[in-house]
Design a protein around this ligand. Structure first.
Ligand code: UDP
Ligand code: MG
Length: 332
């Protein structure tokens, strides 16, 4: 094997990034493989970038970083990392030590046995009970609606072979839902379990609202099957209302007209209004995605980098727009 790249998205990880770097290097130095660690600073507002500069200055070829002009999200950071990575295989992992570095040895073994995606699946031990129950419920439901297989506990911690990385990079879409993309590209995939670890330091960037949005993304990122729900709901309601009309007419014929029904009317009107709004929202979600795709904006902007590839990418970008500072390549 020529080289292993480790891609690490970091957003405000000042508290843990140094210990992560020490850990990962200790692990990788012990393995019989050449490596590089690519950090992506996702527009951190704390001292993360300063620490990355120091790390890059200390480790020469074995450390590089790209720093975004603002926070573009973990998906964009992973994409930048995959573009950056020059290795024959690439490991993606979080900076907060929740992905135990020692598992890389196992991943490499499985990679050498010929697997293209080696996926670490965390058990939900130590999670809040309500959160794991909700996740389980979500994945059970969502897999009925999407074409790709989304698995509980499977995140971004994985090793990808060069063909798998190239496949991911060949997908230019703006709305990236990696969990689905990993599954969509296929290739020979193998899973193994590991015990969930708590964060090394700092705090999670996920709020409950963000998790809900993520759940929605998973549901509608991969096909238009949820739209079918609208057709089936409409059909079912039509049948039901026909039956109800028959029943009302029958009752009127048998017992005469007694015109109550205020509650029924209100319930039906409000209920139907609700269904229509939900469907409208769903259609809106799809249109919103089309809107973002058609703008064809870049997934991220680079402010500063310590890597050869970013220099060319950023130079190309600056050549097109006179705005923005030139890329600084020397660590300050
Ligand atoms: N992250 C990022 N950009 C963001 C949010 C998070 O690059 O906008 C990184 C973060 O620094 C960490 C990883 O993504 O390395 C996972 O984030 P976090 O630990 O907050 O998520 P959790 O582990 O709680 O799911
Ligand atoms: Mg984490």
């Amino acid at each position: 094997m020529t080289k292993l790249s480790v891609v690490v998205p970091c957003f405000n990880e000042e508290a843990v990034i140094d210990s992560f770097d020490t850990e990962i290097r200790r692990t990788l130095d012990a393995l019989p493989v050449d490596y590089e660690v690519c950090y992506i600073d996702d527009g951190s507002s704390d001292g993360t970038l300063g620490r990355l500069r120091r790390i890059a200055a200390t480790h020469g070829d074995r450390a590089r970083y790209v720093s975004f002009s603002r926070n573009f999200g973990k998906e964009a950071a992973m994409l930048a990392g995959l573009r950056e990575a020059g290795g024959e295989a690439v490991v993606i992992m979080d900076a907060d030590l929740q992905h135990p570095p020692e598992l890389i040895a196992r991943m490499l073994d499985l990679y050498r046995q010929g697997h293209d995606q080696v996926v670490a699946r965390r058990t939900r031990e130590g999670d809040k009970r309500i959160r794991s129950a909700l996740s389980r419920l979500y994945y059970r439901g969502v897999n009925r609606w999407v074409d790709v297989e989304l698995a509980d506990g499977v995140g971004d911690f994985r090793l990808l072979s060069r063909p798998a990385v190239d496949a991911l990079l060949s997908m230019p879409e703006y709305n990236r839902f990696s969990k689905g993309l990993f599954s969509w590209i296929g290739f020979d995939t193998v899973h193994f379990d590991y015990r969930n670890a708590q964060r090394g330091a700092g705090e999670t960037k996920w709020r409950f609202g963000a998790l809900l949005n993520y759940g929605m993304d998973g549901l509608i990122s991969f096909n238009n099957r949820p739209l079918r729900l609208g057709i089936w709901t409409g059909a079912a309601l039509t049948v039901l209302s026909g039956l109800y009309a028959l029943w009302v007419v029958g009752m009127a014929l048998a017992f005469g007209i007694s015109a109550p029904g205020y509650v029924t009317l209100v319930a039906i009107t409000v209920g139907l209004g609700g269904v229509q709004l939900v469907m409208l929202g769903l259609i809106g979600e799809y249109i919103g995605r089309i809107y973002y795709e058609t703008k064809r904006r870049p997934h991220f902007l680079v402010k500063e980098a310590h890597t050869p590839a970013a220099r060319t990418a950023a130079a190309a970008w600056h050549a097109r727009t006179p705005l923005g500072e030139p890329v600084r390549l020397d660590p300050r």
